[in-house]
Structures are given as structure tokens and as C-alpha cells.
Design a protein around this ligand. Structure first.
Ligand code: ADP
Ligand code: GN1
Ligand code: MG
Length: 356
């Protein structure tokens, strides 16, 4: 494997000599490695992009290049405040190796990344991260490729859902009556929300679309937010989706795949802190329909995640990496518990938002 990785890394336009290549990160989709070089040369991140999930990796890399170039023009430290894509020696933004695509960016040193927020201050910093990312891209006006079709579009997700239930490829549907009813009983309210996006009531923007805390880099020195990473899903969507996706991670008292669902609840203090950071960057530029639906967006994306984990379980675990056989079912149940907690605390969530 190491020879293979050395060969791939060697096809990129790197400075210095490679000292070692090590696996990194806990992503559910890509394989990530850090490429350490000798002496003063920079280190790099090498990633095998999952082409089964991202059918157009060249289009995705064009998106990442375009948005990072845009951000670089606006920030004080362009080499740290966003990713820097390193092209291959042939000028492409990727190397194709058989069916696989690989890409490289600069490793940003003196940073930490977290898998959960341990304090309201970290949640506040995360909120600044999503908010600033959106604000920096508010005037980005080039078209972006749709890297994953209908990513946060629940109408599209329901179409995939219906097909998966009908196909029942590994015979799991019969044993999941209760879990399936969690999805079906909310179909209408979720589609009603998405209609507001379809009819333009809620506007579209350039968004990150995968705002979990592990996709933020924090400064090692003082813990302040530095930048958003993992830009594979940058696309046009609603600002609300980025906010909602983050809340389901930052404000969850348990893990995304918590086995003991009694540990899973919406933590209103973390919710408050994240919301404050996010609105600090975005409130002035948001329209009323966005503010009115901000709290609901947390329910929307958490619901979408319940649907996606359960759909993958029914589909035989083909999308998300799993660590054990029922992992996607455990994730489904834990995210569903979080959704129920959000439904219970919905008025409180709305009050927090309107008080900010
Ligand atoms: P995945 O798509 O698998 O989630 P990410 O792009 O999020 O992959 O990278 C996985 C982890 O690698 C991140 O959570 C972060 O800890 C680290 N990482 C990624 N890119 C960089 C970078 N440019 N500089 C420093 N660390 C990084
Ligand atoms: C995936 O790649 P990663 O681990 O950052 C997924 C997100 C899910 C998340 C669930 C491209 O994110 O949409 O919310 O897992 N990314 C993709 O933890 O599907
Ligand atoms: Mg990631």
C-alpha cells in the first residue's frame, strides 16, 4: 500500500521529498492521508475521493478550486484561512488511478480538529466557522457543479427512499416497521418545508453542506476557528441546511452513533452558543423567511440524516463506512432520538433564535 501511495503522491506537484504517509481522520466517505515531507517543505493531505459517491470528481475539484480562490482574495491569511488545492504535474486537479480519483491539498499546520464540541465556546467558534464561510461566498457568482444530486433535497431523498423500500435488496424491510413509520409520519411536514425552497420563499446560496465539527479547523494556540475544510459538497443550497446539519452534531449530548439512546438529547446551551456564533456572521444578511425557519432546519436535516442512515441500512450498507454490522441502524436510532428531543424543545429553540 505504501508504494502505491508514494506513487500517487509523486504524481502531484509537491515541494520537497516525501518522508512518510500516514492515514488520518474519521470521515465516512473518503480515505485521507497526511504526506509528511523532509525539512522545511510543507506537508500535504492526500485523499482518495470516493467516486461511487461523487460521480464527477473533476467537476467537484473545479468547485473546490473556484470557491477557495474566491475566499483567498478576501481573507488576511489566504494560505491558512481556506484549503489550497495542489494540482497534479499534468495540470489536472486530480490523479486518476484505475477507477479511483486522488486529490491533494496543503496540510494546514498548528491546527486542531474535533469530533465533538466540549464547551459552548467551541460551539460558538463552530457557528462562526459556518457563518463566515457562507458570508465569504455570498458574492460568489459562478455556477457550481452539483456534486451529489439532490443532496439536501428531501423530495429527491424520498424518491430514493421509495425505490429502496420497494427493492428491499437485503430483505431488511420486514423487521423495520417501526423505524420506517418514523420516516413516513413526517413525510408531509418535511416536503412542505422543502416547497418553500422550491418556490423561492427561502433563497439559495453557496453553502458547504457538510458542516459537522470534524470539517472545521481550529487554531491550536487559542482554539479559535480558522476555516472550513472538506469542501467536496460545496454546492448551491440553502444557508439553513448548513446551520441545521451543524446543530445535529454540536448540540447533541451524545455521539452521532450513540448506542445508549438515553444519552442523546438536544443540549440547549450548546444550541445557544452555536446559534450566537452563526448569527454573529449572518444575521444582518439573512431574510426573514430564513430566520423564521432556522430552528426547523435542525429538525429537517436531522430527519434527513435518520432517513439516509436507515435507507443505507435497508440498502445493505453501501454508502456510509460502517464499523460493525448494525452500525447504520444504531446511527438511525440515535439520530431519531435527537430528532424527538428537537421536536420537544422546538419552542425553546425558536425563542433562542428570536432573542439573538
Ligand atoms: P472526509 O471526507 O473523509 O471527512 P476530510 O477532508 O474531512 O475527509 O479530512 C479528514 C480529517 O483530516 C479532518 O477532519 C481533519 O482532521 C484532517 N484534515 C483534512 N484536511 C486538512 C488540512 N488541509 N489541514 C489539516 N488537517 C486536515
Ligand atoms: C458524511 O464525509 P463526512 O464524514 O464528512 C456525509 C454527510 C453526513 C455525515 C454523517 C458526502 O460526511 O452528508 O451528514 O457523513 N457526507 C456525504 O456523519 O454524504
Ligand atoms: Mg470530513
Amino acid at each position: 500500500m505504501i508504494d502505491k501511495l508514494l506513487n500517487i503522491a509523486g504524481q502531484f506537484d509537491l515541494e520537497g521529498n516525501i518522508a512518510e504517509i500516514k492515514p488520518l481522520g474519521e470521515g465516512f466517505i473518503n480515505d485521507t492521508y497526511v504526506v509528511k515531507t523532509e525539512g522545511d517543505a510543507p506537508d500535504y493531505i492526500l485523499q482518495r475521493k470516493n467516486h461511487l459517491i461523487f460521480p464527477d470528481v473533476p467537476g467537484m475539484m473545479d468547485n473546490i478550486k473556484a470557491v477557495t480562490e474566491h475566499i483567498k482574495k478576501k481573507v488576511a491569511d489566504p494560505m491558512r484561512e481556506t484549503l489550497t488545492v495542489i494540482p497534479a504535474k499534468d495540470g489536472n486537479l486530480y490523479v486518476k488511478d484505475g477507477e479511483n480519483f486522488w486529490a491533494v491539498c496543503l496540510f494546514i499546520p498548528e491546527t486542531t480538529s474535533l469530533t465533538r464540541a466540549e464547551s459552548p465556546e467551541q460551539a460558538y467558534q463552530g457557528g462562526l466557522g459556518t457563518g463566515r464561510f457562507q458570508a465569504l461566498l455570498a458574492d460568489f457568482d459562478q455556477p457550481l457543479n452539483e456534486t451529489i444530486k439532490g443532496f439536501h433535497n428531501i423530495r429527491w431523498r424520498f424518491r430514493q427512499w421509495d425505490e429502496t423500500i420497494d427493492a428491499d435488496p437485503v430483505g431488511r424491510v420486514a423487521q423495520l416497521k417501526e423505524e420506517i413509520s418514523w420516516i413516513e409520519s413526517r413525510r408531509k411536514e418535511m416536503l412542505d418545508f422543502w416547497s418553500l425552497v422550491e418556490d423561492g420563499t427561502i433563497p439559495m446560496h453557496v453553502t458547504h453542506n457538510d458542516t459537522k465539527i470534524s470539517n472545521v479547523l481550529f487554531n491550536k494556540v487559542d482554539g479559535s476557528m480558522l476555516c472550513m475544510i472538506d469542501l467536496d459538497t460545496v454546492m448551491t443550497s440553502t444557508s439553513l441546511n448548513d446551520y441545521g446539519d451543524a446543530i445535529r452534531i454540536y448540540a447533541n449530548t451524545g455521539a452521532e452513533d450513540e448506542k445508549d439512546i438515553d444519552k442523546v438529547e438536544l443540549d440547549i446551551e450548546m444550541f445557544k452558543a452555536y446559534t450566537e456564533g452563526y448569527l454573529h456572521e449572518r444575521k444582518a444578511s439573512m431574510v426573514q423567511s430564513e430566520l423564521d425557519h432556522l430552528a426547523f432546519s435542525a429538525r429537517y436535516i436531522t430527519f434527513e440524516q435518520v432517513l439516509r442512515f436507515l435507507m443505507d441500512y435497508i440498502d445493505g450498507d453501501r454508502y456510509y463506512k460502517i464499523a460493525y454490522p448494525d452500525h447504520n441502524l444504531v446511527r438511525t436510532r440515535a439520530q431519531y432520538k435527537l430528532l424527538q428531543s428537537m421536536e420537544m424543545k422546538y419552542e425553546q429553540m425558536r425563542e433562542v433564535i428570536s432573542s439573538k
